[in-house]
Design a protein around this ligand. Structure first.
Ligand code: SF4
Length: 94
């Protein structure tokens, strides 16, 4: 479109106040196109996919209070969710 070749970018992390170089290679471009297509599919369908709790990601995510990824979804049982909550609470106390 602009006939300009951009080979890399940078991500700035606020917490560490550091920049990380991101090379715009073909693999990243391909994955980005694929994810953008998936996003458009989801938007067209009008269905929000269920949140999948991942301790590594969710515990640092600012959306967690609204996202509530630990709530049971149709694919999980309430009993399993309760077990995990109890396990987590017992770990904190010990
Ligand atoms: S809390 Fe954040 S990282 Fe976890 S599922 Fe929700 S949006 Fe994704």
């Amino acid at each position: 479109m602009l006939e300009v070749s951009i080979s890399a970018g940078q991500i700035f992390y606020g917490q560490t106040r550091r920049r990380t170089d991101v090379p715009f290679d073909e693999d990243l471009r391909s994955r980005t196109r694929s994810l953008a297509a998936r996003l458009h599919e989801l938007m067209r369908s009008g269905v929000t996919p269920p949140a999948i709790y991942d301790k590594r990601k969710c515990e640092r995510c600012s959306l967690k209070p609204d996202c509530l990824p630990e709530l049971p979804t149709k694919r999980q049982s309430a009993a399993g969710w309760l077990d995990r909550q109890l396990e987590s609470a017992l770990k904190v106390e010990s």
